[in-house]
Design a protein around this ligand. Structure first.
Ligand SMILES: [Zn+2]
Length: 244
């Protein structure tokens, strides 16, 4: 019986399915590398729901799929707002530093940028942006580096003035109606700064592609290599140590 490359269990052939060396979400290539009887269905399914999903939906590479026309957005498509992929306006203007996300245009032909409903709190020096549901109580602003006695002003984007005024009053802000910019205009170009982090899950997803490539060339012998246990365990998440 074949042995699964990752869980190292020997299983009947029927318990294996095709594993694409590069996840299919990133495109189908001519002469695509595919592993047969190498990764069991259980591991394949687990990877699809965790590592491949993370790489496809929360990484800059995942976003590139839309630029490359490998995937069309639908109304549920949403990118950004995660530790591993986020973006902020970077134009030095009213909404500089405000957080944006990508979602489908009304005709679903492309991704466009949207502003989260959020507040920009400033003491005249720096400005911190908080999504509307994460705005701290006025009395707790000192935890975010504002001096307790500092004169604070607040602006909001992504929501109308009445809503933002009500939310501010509920959190103890005695500001008059805040300055408001409602949102981005259709067709407007925004200067943004994209931030990405490669966290442990993304490292495992990338390591799986590298391991799959190795397996494609070496087949059975890879499992017997003395260093394989470490690499395979890193991909499956069974082991905490990182692979050099
Ligand atoms: Zn397995």
């Amino acid at each position: 019986m074949p042995i699964c490359l990752y869980c190292l269990n020997d299983k009947p052939v029927a318990d294996f399915n095709r594993e694409h060396v590069v996840p299919e979400a990133f495109g189908k290539f001519k002469n695509n590398f595919v592993l047969h009887e190498t990764v069991c269905t259980d591991c394949n399914t687990y990877f699809g729901k965790t590592l491949d999903l993370k790489l496809g939906r929360q990484s800059i590479e995942g976003l590139d799929r839309y630029d490359a026309n490998m995937k069309r957005p639908d109304d549920k498509t949403r990118f950004g707002g995660t530790l591993t992929l986020s973006a902020r306006i970077n134009d030095g203007g009213f909404a500089d530093g405000a957080e944006v996300y990508w979602a489908a245009a009304p005709d679903e032909s492309r991704l466009v940028l949207h502003l989260y409903p959020q507040f920009g709190v400033t003491d005249g020096g720096r400005t911190l942006w908080f999504r509307s549901e994460q705005l701290p109580q006025r009395n707790d602003l000192s935890r975010h580096g504002f001096a307790q006695e500092a004169a604070i002003s607040v602006k909001s984007v992504g929501m109308d003035a009445d809503l933002s005024f009500g939310l501010l009053a509920a959190k103890g802000y005695s500001t008059s109606k805040p300055e408001v910019a409602g949102g981005t205009q259709e067709g407007e170009e925004l200067d943004i700064r994209i931030s990405g982090q490669v966290d442990r899950l993304l490292r495992r997803a990338i390591a799986k592609i590298a391991c799959n490539y190795l397996a494609h060339d070496t087949q059975q012998s890879l499992r017997c290599h003395r260093r394989w246990q470490c690499a395979g365990s890193f991909v499956t998440g069974r082991q905490k140590t990182s692979v050099q």
